[in-house]
Design a protein around this ligand. Sequence first.
Ligand code: SF4
Length: 166
Amino acid sequence: MEKIFVSSCLLGARVRYDGNAKTLDDQILATWRAEGRLVSMCPEMAAGLPSPRLPAEIESGASAQDVLEGRAHVIDKEGGIVTAPFVAGADLAVEVAREQNIRFALLTDGSPSCGSTFVHGGHFDGQKHEGEGVVAARLRAAGVQVFTQERLGDLARAIEMAENAG
Ligand code: SF4
């Protein structure tokens, strides 16, 4: 049975920067949960950040890869450098995925950690651009297929195919 790494805010945990969850109310997810397939984590909190916390973004003009390779920072809204816990959270996510042989992840889009199709631009002005967060980048590099909450159906199909093939 394929296990699935899930951003814990999608499962109702109040772990986001604003102290809230981003609950994804969906029957497929509920079924997977009942089957014991879900491995949930908030990488930022696993790395020691509190909730609520200041919003953070990857610095303007930089990518997740730049952050992971030490060329750029994650900054909070007051200009503080919070790169270390973000990278630590990405490392912890990969560690868990490896331990549990996880090949699929469902991550909250737009986050500097969990985003996988878009992130915010580093100016805290609501601007978005194509890109990924540090957790998504590191999980992908470890061979995990990443899906956003908008693509739950695609994830279900990918898992079905993987299980039929196996
Ligand atoms: Fe959700 Fe990921 Fe942000 Fe944690 S780091 S609150 S799991 S999007």
